[in-house]
Design a protein. Structure first.
Length: 157
C-alpha cells in the first residue's frame, strides 16, 4: 500500500468482488490500519493516550487497533470517536471508511437486518463539534433519549 491508499487488488481479484477470504480480510484490515497509523504520525504527541481515554481503553489496545502488524480489527463503535479525536478531514474519513466497509461488510448488513426486524430506520444527523468529548456525549445522549421517547409515543398510538 502506498501513502495510505487502499490496494486496488486484494487476493488476486478486484476489490469488492465476491466474498472475502481470511487473507483478503486481513489485507483490508492492514490497509485501514495503515490509514490510521499515517494519521497518528501526523498528529501531536499524546494522541494515542487521548484516544484511549476517549474510548475507555488502555494505550496498548490503541496500539493493537492502529498497527497493521496486529490482526486485531477496529470495532465499529470506536470508529467515530477516533475520527473525532484525530480530527479526520472528510477526505481522510472517506479513504478510511472505503477500506473499512470492505473489510467488514457484514456490520452494515447486520445493522440493516436488525432495523428491518425491529421495524425501525436509521437517521443520521450532523452536529457541530463541541468544546469537549464529554459535552458531545451528553448532547448525543439527549438526542438518543428524545428519539427513543418519540418512538415510544408513536408505538402507543
Amino acid at each position: 500500500m502506498l501513502h495510505g491508499q487502499p490496494p486496488e487488488k486484494v487476493g488476486g481479484r478486484q476489490r469488492g468482488e465476491g466474498s472475502l477470504s481470511g487473507s483478503d480480510k486481513l489485507d483490508l484490515i492492514q490497509a485501514y490500519k495503515a490509514v490510521l497509523r499515517e494519521a497518528l504520525e501526523t498528529r501531536p504527541s499524546g494522541i494515542r493516550l487521548r484516544i484511549a481515554r476517549t474510548i475507555g481503553k488502555n494505550k496498548s489496545f490503541i496500539s493493537q487497533i492502529t498497527n497493521p502488524k496486529y490482526q486485531t480489527p477496529l470495532p465499529e463503535k470506536y470508529v467515530e470517536p477516533i475520527f473525532d479525536v484525530l480530527r479526520f478531514t472528510p477526505a481522510e474519513r472517506e479513504r478510511f471508511l472505503e477500506v473499512y466497509r470492505r473489510a467488514h461488510p457484514r456490520n452494515r448488513q447486520q445493522q440493516a437486518a436488525r432495523r428491518e426486524r425491529a421495524g425501525t430506520r436509521a437517521l443520521s444527523i450532523e452536529l457541530p463539534k463541541l468544546k469537549s468529548a464529554a459535552l458531545e456525549r451528553q448532547v448525543d445522549g439527549l438526542i438518543t433519549d428524545f428519539a427513543r421517547k418519540i418512538s415510544e409515543l408513536i408505538e402507543r398510538r
